[in-house]
Design a protein around this ligand. Sequence first.
Ligand SMILES: C[S@@+](CC[C@H](N)C(=O)[O-])C[C@H]1O[C@@H](n2cnc3c(N)ncnc32)[C@H](O)[C@@H]1O
Length: 508
Amino acid sequence: MVSKFLKKMEVLQGFICIPTKSRPELIGNTPLPCVTTLNGNPARLDKYGRLWSPFLKGKFPIGYQVHLVKSEQGFQIEPITSKLESAVLRIESRSETGLFGAREKMLGEERKVLFRNLANLPSTTYATFGLYRYPAKFIPHVIAYVLENYAQSCMKVFDPFAGCGTVGVVSRIYGYDYELWDLNPLLETLHSVATLEPKKVDVKKLLHQLATSNEEFVPKWSRLYYWFPQEFLPLLYRVWGFYHSMDDEYLKLLLTIPLVKTTRYFSYDDMQRQKLSKSPKSEQRVNLLLTCDWKTKFFKMVEQETEKVIKRIEDHWMLSPKQTEAIVKGGVDTLSMNLTEEKDILITSPPYLQSHEYIRQAKMDLFWLGHSEDEVRKLSKLEIPYRDVEPQPVHSETFSSWRGEIEENHMRKLFDRYFWGVLGALTRLQEKVSPYLFLFVGRASMRGRPVPIDRIFAEHFVELGWVHEGTLIDTIVARRMFSYRINPATKLKDRRTPVENLVILRKP
Ligand SMILES: C[S@@+](CC[C@H](N)C(=O)[O-])C[C@H]1O[C@@H](n2cnc3c(N)ncnc32)[C@H](O)[C@@H]1O
C-alpha cells in the first residue's frame, strides 16, 4: 500500500505516479505498459509507472492524500484526508484548476447502506414477496425506503421493468397508485397472486378435484419430451387440464404457483441455476422420483405449496395493503411503449447487462400456463440486451471510455444494445416523470470486469438536466445474483461485485 499527496498534473490529467520505491510492491514484474482497473474502472499503467484512468480525472482535489492498494482485481484508491480538510482542499483546487465544474461537481456522493436495515419490513422474502423466485427481483426494502423517504400523498409510481411486480406490492402497502410493465407475461399472474385478499379455502377439496379431473391440457412446446420423462406427462396433462378448466379465478390464482413449482420439480431443470438447464444433479433428482410413489409425492407437494401461498397471503394482509389504482401490463415491450399519464416516481431495476435471460428462465412456466412456442420466441427476441436496437445517444464519458476499450465486436454489440436499449427507453419515458427517478442496478461484469452501469446512468441523466442526489450502495446478502466464480462463458475468474446500487435522480 502506498500513501501519497496528489499533484496538480495528476489531478488535471487523471493519473497517479507510483513512487519509485513502491513500484516493486505495486507493479512487481508486470511488463509495462499494461491494462488494469482502478476501483473497478478501466485503467492502464504506462511504461513510466504512471497509472492512468478517466475515473481519476478531477476525482480528488490537488493536495489530497490517498492510499493506493494493489489487489487481485487491480488497483484501489481511497481518500485518507478528513472530510473537513477535503472540503477546504476542494474549494482551493477548484479555484486553482477550474476543473471541478461540469460533470464531477454534478455527480452526487456514493454511500454504503444496508437497505434491509433502512425499512421496516420483517424480511426480504416475507409474505407474498417470497412467493416466486424471480431472478434479480427487488428486495422490497429498497422500494419501501424510497416511498418512506421521497413519496408524498397522491404520488403515482411507475416501474417499466417490473419483473414479478415487487414495486406494485410495496406501493399498495404504502397506499400509492402504480403502473407496471414487463416483457415477461408472468408479471400479471404473479402480481395478481401477490395481492390476493385472504379467503377461507377448502384445500383438501381442491386437491381432490385436481387429482380426479379428466380434463387435459398439452402445452404447445416441441421440447416437452426433452424436459420431462414420459412417465410424468399424462399426470401433468391432467392437472394442468383441470387448472385451465377452472371457473373460479380466485382458486385458479391460488393454485398457479404451487402447480408451476411442482411441475418444475418434476422436470429435468436444475432449479439452482439461473437459466433453464439440465444437469447431472437434476437428472438424478428425476431418476430418484421415478423410483418412488411419485404421484402421491406430486399431490403432497402441491398441497403443501398451496398452504404456504395461503399463509403468505394472510401475512401480506397483515401489512395493511390499500385499495389503490393499478395498471399492470405483462408481455409488453418497454422499448416501444409510451406513458399515457404523468408519473411522480419512476423506480425500476432494468436488466443488468447479460446477467440473466428472463424469458428463457420463465419459458417452462409460460408453456404450462398456456403461452405458445411462437409467442415465447417472439418475446425472447425483444429482450434486452439480446435484441437489435437503433443507436441512441448515451451522454456519459464513462460509457465512451469503456466502449473504446472493448476489443471484441460481439461484446461491443452487446454493450451498445444494452445501453441503447435501457437508456433509450428511460430517456423517452422520463419526459413524463417528475420529480424522481430511482434506478437500481448491479455492476454486472464484462470479461471479468464490473461495468459501472450506475455511474453511466447517473452521468447520462445529469446531462439531461436531472440532479444526481447520490448513489446508495447495497451489499447483496441473500440473493444468488452473482454466484459464478468462474464465468462459464468466458472461462475468466469473475469479478462481479456483490453490490447493487440505487441511483437517485431529481428533476430540478
Ligand atoms: C432486474 S429484472 C426486474 C425485476 C423486478 N425489479 C422485480 O422485483 O421482480 C429486469 C426485467 O426487465 C425485463 N425486460 C427485459 N427486456 C425488456 C423489454 N424489452 N421490455 C420490457 N421488459 C424487459 C425482464 O423481463 C426482467 O423482468
